[in-house]
Design a protein around this ligand. Structure first.
Ligand SMILES: [Zn+2]
Length: 236
């Protein structure tokens, strides 16, 4: 194979493209399941294979969206919309689509309060923006934390479009969800970043939504059913 492809400069990227998205979405995992006939709601672990990524919107919370990838945006400078906007109510718990490491957490003038999470194999960067004013994030979350697919990471809001922090300048409350593919680390922040149209992915993930419960003291939410994933090869 190496000889046949020696002249193909970008062959390694073709090879990687196949697994660039799905390697973090499908695989073996264990999930907590409520025992049959359990009156006390006791749970046990079950092994499964299949879709292990979650919708970015928690179970039982309504949202609407359409394919708005590439539409023009004018705040700051003329540019294209590199994600999918999910309209919902302020405070809707936002869920980690795939597990990974929290790489960015804080204010930026476009995304407002936002979270950036890098997949464990470092090939995918997830961007969740316009989170809620005053209470944007799951309370314990900080840069460097490891999250699992399905964890509550923050709350839907309408912050952003301001150089000043904690300002609601977005008209309609929504989650901006973006997904960047990174084949080479030099692509992470450059003029040719690869942000993909995630609309069909979000539709697909609607079949797997994380159920959440509120802590009445802290007003923070957390998932009801934990999952355990195998680490991808080459991570850590
Ligand atoms: Zn958006």
């Amino acid at each position: 194979m190496k000889e046949l492809t020696a002249d193909m400069k970008y062959y390694d990227y073709y090879y990687e493209a196949f697994s660039a998205i799905l390697s973090g979405f499908v695989g073996e995992y264990e999930v907590e399941v409520v025992d049959a006939n359990a009156e006390d709601g006791r749970k046990h672990w079950e092994k499964k294979y299949g879709l292990k990524a979650f919708s970015p919107i928690a179970k039982n919370y309504p949202y609407s969206h359409y394919d708005d990838f590439g539409q023009s945006r004018s705040y700051g400078f003329a540019r294209n919309h590199l994600g999918n906007d999910l309209m919902g109510q302020v405070g809707t718990p936002i869920i980690a689509v795939e597990g990974g490491i929290v790489e960015a957490l804080g204010w930026n003038q476009y995304g407002g309060w936002r979270i950036g999470i890098r997949s464990m194999d470092s090939k995918r960067y997830y961007y969740y923006a316009h989170l809620r004013k005053n209470f944007p994030y799951q309370l314990d979350l900080k840069v460097g934390d490891k999250v699992q697919a399905g964890d509550v990471i923050g709350y839907l809001g309408r912050t952003g479009y301001s150089t000043k922090e904690n300002v609601n300048n977005i008209q309609q409350p929504h989650l901006h969800f973006g997904m960047q593919l990174i084949f080479d680390e030099s692509q992470k922040e450059c003029n040719s970043e690869i942000w993909i149209d995630v609309y069909q992915i979000v539709r697909f993930l609607n079949s797997n939504r994380s159920e959440v419960v509120k802590n009445l003291v802290t007003k923070d939410y957390s998932r009801v059913y934990e999952i355990r994933e195998q680490e991808p090869e080459g991570s850590e």
